[in-house]
Design a protein around this ligand. Sequence first.
Ligand SMILES: [Zn+2]
Length: 90
Amino acid sequence: MTPLRFVILAILIFLAYRLLIGAFKKNQDGGKKQKTVKNDGPVNDVLVEDPVCHTLIPRKQAIHLQYQGEMVYFCSEKCCNTFIEQGEKK
Ligand SMILES: [Zn+2]
């Protein structure tokens, strides 16, 4: 057997192996996907309440403001400004 033929054979075996692993992994991922959605869902979608209009917004999308040592979240800059104005009036 020439070295080239050996390399081609090795590649063919490798490809066949990857195909098998790929098919196997796909089945595994199908099962895993349902689990990860359940685990990541609540973490990514932590809802915070806007103290101005009382809307619930996902924390990632919310505008946050450090106010008197506490983190306050708003749905929009408008609500954030309203909150700051109200705070200054008091
Ligand atoms: Zn708001």
